[in-house]
Design a protein around this ligand. Sequence first.
Ligand code: BGC
Length: 366
Amino acid sequence: MSLPTRSRGIAVYPDRPGAIHRTEVEVPTVGPNDVLIETVRVGVCGTDREIIHGTIGAPQEGADELVLGHELLGRVRAIGDAVHDLAEGSFVTATVRRPDSCPACRAGQPDMCVWGKYEERGIVGLHGFMQEHIVERRDDVIPVPDELEPVGVLVEPLTVIEKSLRHVDLVQSARMPWWEAKTALVLGAGPIGILGTMLLRSRGVEVITAARSEQPNLSASVIEGAGATYLSTREASLDSAAKRLGQIDVIIDCSGASGVGFDAMRLLGVNGALVLLSINAGGHRVEIPADAINNGIVAGNKTIIGIVNAGQEDFASAVQHLGRFEELWPGLLSRMFTARIPFDGDVESIIEKSPGSIKTLIEFGG
Ligand code: BGC
């Protein structure tokens, strides 16, 4: 059977904000260590929208367009001669970042890249996964069990949370072997906030997840479905969450709003860990009670960790945990899929996030 040589995809011109369009790119030949993947579906996230609007993102050198997409679920269509552990037809996803030659990348940790000359699928320097066929190195491909086909597209967004809690565990266990997170505040109720809530809940942590939208809303009901409490900051203050939890051991800020992280520093409990995940474009300024925040961090031995991207181990644990979430809360993850757009359909509708939507998927039908 002949292999495809062209792949139709959805791309942007990074220097023309909003110019989302269909394109066609070449499919590289499959080398001995490569995997040819047929795309099943791709998730759309906030990063994609920032690329569409021209705030971040860059095509490959010499190219004027970038195929979007870094949240993939695909099927193995063909494997190179040296690949012996993947079956044709099985489901897979792929990591996002490709290394430069810095010490971290050479040590196998491109997610901790020092030089910043890495490439990221669908974000910087490499076409992404919103296309029909993709060729990846086996090392960058992550198997997804058949039973996770309906939710496997969430592996990549979950990896960011996996890395967050892995780093919290590493830091906290190194400085306090007795420490255990009992309470957590998640700021933001988008896909990352919801997945963060679920991962913390699956560990038995008491969680309050706060966001602006008033109740009832779909995110709130998914969050409560996982046994957490949803707090609308239009209805109650973050201080009331702190009061209710008593001591806050972990805060994850995925609100996407400048300034929220500083409030989080104020609310974090003694010895606690704050993870900052939002990248905020623009020059928004806030006034903060700097002395109080500083003194609280110092006197409370608090730690603040910035997290971007994820490592191979985070992909492996995300696959496992999606399975765990399905066991704990059957069908809950799928409630996050608020729109499915066929590849040949109205892809322009992804340009703006529609109110109340959580995760939009582009369906390729592969
Ligand atoms: C992706 C990461 C990536 C980051 C910054 C996020 O949306 O999940 O893999 O490193 O954007 O480009």
